[in-house]
Design a binder for this molecule. Sequence first.
Ligand code: SF4
Length: 244
Amino acid sequence: MTASRPVGIDLTAVHLIVAERFGVEVPTFQGEGPSGGHPALFIRLSRCNLSCTKCDTKYTWDWSQFDPRKEATKQTVAGLVTWATSSPVELVVITGGEPLIQQAGLVPLVETLLAAGKRVEFETNGTIAPVRELLVDGIRFNVSPKIASFGMDEAKSVVPAALEAFVASGRAAFKFVASSAGDLDRIAELADSYRLTPVWVMPEGTTAEAITATTRVLADAVAARHWHLTTRLHVLAFADARGR
Ligand code: SF4
């Protein structure tokens, strides 16, 4: 299925709740997963339907620590399109929080970006099945189910129907954060149960030292399972600075 430009939609009247956007004014890279190292623009949406203890973007949802009036703005799809198309960078990463909470507004955004020659990657926790309008050429889903060691009850973070929808889409890569060999065993169970492929493993860590140490713990075991291994390039390059 290919995308077409949305007809008859006033993009100034469709809004998304945005935590931050970056990559135009100060260029950056996709730091993780299949497009790691590619130049990228980022639109980070506010709000999440999970509450992982180890979340590193709590400013998108944890209002016990952050003030939503400071951490989120309502932005028009028209404004986001103007911003993204002001850059020659092809890849637009839509992340969060959990971006698919706001699918209704995302459909015209994505359709317009694709019509403008962009490609789009979603970073999603895999709990919300994508709507049909998002299953089009030029879109990929980097699906990151959160396992228990990440500080989330899997009864909430592993949603079989949503995972099955991502598998069926043929547009998903499954990226798991891991810190131990035990995590890899749990990832293997999930991958087997739901036929998740390709599997990417990303070492947990918000410092270069932690990522390097965890990479060395995991690398042989990831290779032995014939999975993919990704680093967190933005942490290595920019010290996990916000907006990079
Ligand atoms: S799913 Fe992602 S954004 Fe949401 S709480 Fe967990 S780590 Fe944070």
